[in-house]
Each structure stands twice: as C-alpha cells, then as structure tokens.
Design a binder for this molecule. Structure first.
Ligand code: AKG
Ligand code: FE2
Length: 380
C-alpha cells in the first residue's frame, strides 16, 4: 500500500544521474533545478504547452517519506514460462516488428501491452530479454489510472521504490524523469562538461536490481531526448576467451551513497539509508542463460580484492568498451504513446540531453526488481 504523501512537497527536476564516480568512470553530476512555480508562471502564456499528465508530476516529501532497508524476497521469473514462439504477444498478422539493429532493439506496432494476458506478459519478459530493449508504439499505458499501470508492472516483480527520485503523489513506486519547460540546467551543465551521457544500469547498488523495466512517455521535445542502450551480453561476447575468463569470479562493489548525497545536497530526500552491494562482474540471465557484463560507471565503485589502480584500470577499460562500441548499441527515439521495455540485467542505458529550446520532457518508469545477480562458470 502506498504511503500517503503529506508535509512539505517540492517539485524539481529528476534524473537517475548520480554524482562523479570515485573511479575511472565518466559520468556527470546530476542535472537539477526544476521549479514548479516557474513553470506555473510560464503556463497560460504562449511560451509553454500545458503538462499533458499533471497527475504524473514528481513530488518529494522532505519530511515524512522514509522507508526501512529493502528486504530480500524470492523473485519469480515469468520469462521462464514463456512460449518462445510468442503466440500471445504477437498474435498472427497483428504485430509489425522492426529490428533497430541485428542484436539489440526492436520497434513494435500493433500490440497493446495493457491488453496482454498473463501468457502474453510471460512472453513479453522473454522477448525483451532476447531483444534487450523494445519500443512499443501507440500504447494507452499513460492514460490508464496510475494504479492500473502499477499493478500491471507488479506482475514482473516486486516494485522498486527509488531512494531519491520524485514520484507522482501517492505512488512512490513510480519513478519520474522530468525536465521542466523552464529548465536551464542542461545549458549550465554543458558549460562545464562536453556531453551529457551517463551510462548505467538502474539501481545496481540494490541486492536485487530490476529485471524487466518499463519507461513510458508523457511529454517531450519534438526531437531530441532519445535514450541510448548498450547490449551487455554482446559486450561480454566481444571479449577474448582469455579476458572473459579473467573476469569470471571477480566481484565489484556498487554504491548508492553518492546518489543520496547528491540528493540531500540539492535539497532533496533520502527515502532509505545508503547501501553498497557486491555483485559478480559477469552475471547470467535466468531465462536465456546468457552471460553479460554487469558494471557501470554510475554505481560501480571498485573490484573486490584489487588494489585501487588495478581496479580503476580494469573498470575504465570495461566502461570505455561499453561506451565506445556503437556497434552493440541502439538508440530509441521517443514518440507520444511509446512504452520502452528493457531488461536491466542485459543492457546499460543513458538519457541524451540534446535539446536546447526549453521543451518539457516527462517520462515515468516502473521498475520491478528481479533475482540477486549470480554467475555461472566460464565456458570455452
Ligand atoms: O531519461 C532517459 O532517457 C532515461 C532515464 C533513465 O535512466 C531511467 O529512467 O532509468
Ligand atoms: Fe536509468
């Protein structure tokens, strides 16, 4: 049951971006600074369109929103039950599927996600694991009552409640990505940095990070604000057998502390105490059995048992490998009505802040948690 939000409610820009890493990563400080009053001031003038989904505007409760640590739970992976010929997800002659690249990314027309049976949802989980990220067009998801969207995604795993991000009032399990129409932090940010790319997998500092993850469009610029995805299984396969073998057995520490500090420093909230968690550097997918790299510059801090220089060096290599290999990446262009579903165990992703004309960008994420990452032995 969602706690009610009372007390001081503030509305600001939100992204999942954490502050500078302590290792060789290349991520950015988070982009902050939205004020609802400014947007209200502009509203009613011809400078800015009204918010399409005002009930999805992010709020924070600085005073009362506080949660105990997340507990371990038994995750049921529905993708394991899927018929791999996808008869319920893609009934005959209904769906048009366009592969964005051979390995990663599909764009689907003609399927209404909200209407899927449980068999269809099982197949969705599996299909997304196969394709890594899928953009479903012309969806009614954003128009459903928020509770229905929440219930829908809850089929795939226990909802993650984000430690810092804004959420629609009364729905802390919905993570909101928002940049207001008055927002100038992007320009300010780019005055200090050369780009806005922040590769990450979501909340990898948690003991049970997300699996099948949903992001759906509410408002956005006419062009720009795409999302980048990198195929982490393909990134693993591109390495030589000798190098793959070296990575097996290594574990890395992921930290959520810097994200919490950045939130508190910016006047935001911390819903839980910060945690760090060790995960294997190579994890295995529970449905497909594929191995994938599982490190990211946003949250991975160091390799357990390595000296600092060794750890920084190896992590930098892996972060660069992911960021520079555009031949294992897909770029998803948003359109009204789009729902993007990805498997957070198999991709890294990054927002692209490349529009400068003050248009609003507003997206909602539902983030079912999955199993504790595990590793299976290296195979020649
Ligand atoms: O804004 C985006 O394109 C992606 C945001 C993001 O990283 C997320 O919601 O997990
Ligand atoms: Fe993210």
């Amino acid at each position: 049951m969602a706690p009610s939000i009372t007390g001081t409610v503030s509305v600001r820009d939100t992204t999942t971006q954490a502050p500078r890493p302590t290792n060789g990563g290349s991520n950015k400080e988070h982009l902050i600074g939205y004020s609802i009053d400014k947007e209200k001031e502009l509203k009613g003038t011809d400078k800015v369109a009204p918010v399409s989904y005002p009930h999805y505007l992010p709020v924070w409760d600085n005073e009362t929103e506080r949660y105990p640590p997340l507990t371990i739970f038994e995750h049921y992976e529905h993708g394991k039950d899927a018929d791999p010929s996808y008869p319920d997800l893609f009934p005959k002659d209904k769906a048009q599927i366009d592969e964005i690249t051979p390995f990663i990314g599909s764009e689907v027309h003609g399927v209404q996600l909200s209407k899927l049976s449980n068999a269809g949802k099982d197949q969705l989980a599996r299909y997304v694991a196969e394709r890594r990220v899928v953009a479903f067009r012309d969806q009614d998801f954003a128009d459903l009552p928020i509770q229905e969207a929440v219930d829908y995604a809850g089929y795939f795993g226990r909802h993650h409640i984000h430690q810092t991000s804004g959420a629609p009032k009364g729905f802390p399990e919905v993570h909101i990505v928002f940049r207001g129409a008055d927002d100038r932090t992007g320009a300010n940010f780019l005055a200090q940095r050369t780009n806005t790319i922040t590769w990450h997998s979501d909340v990898t500092f948690e003991k049970q990070p997300p699996g099948t993850t949903f992001l759906y469009w509410l408002d956005g610029p006419t062009s720009g604000g795409d999302t980048l995805f990198a195929d982490m299984a393909q990134a693993y396969r591109r390495l030589s057998p000798g190098f793959q073998k070296r990575l097996h057995g290594l574990r890395a520490v992921h930290s959520g502390a810097e994200q919490i500090n950045a939130s508190l420093n910016g006047g935001g909230i911390a819903r839980r105490d910060p945690i760090t968690t060790e995960h294997p550097i190579v994890r295995t997918h529970p449905v497909t059995g594929e191995k994938a790299l599982y490190v990211n510059p946003q949250f991975t801090r160091y390799i357990v048992g390595y000296k600092k220089e060794e750890s920084d060096y190896l992590l930098k290599f892996l972060f660069d490998h992911i960021a520079l290999s555009q031949d294992l990446q897909a770029r998803v262009r948003w359109r009204p009505g789009t729902v993007v579903v990805w498997d957070n165990r198999l991709v890294a992703h990054s927002a692209v802040f490349d529009w400068e004309d003050g248009q609003r960008r507003h997206i909602a994420r539902l983030t079912p948690q999955a199993e504790q990452p595990y590793e299976t032995p290296f195979e020649e």
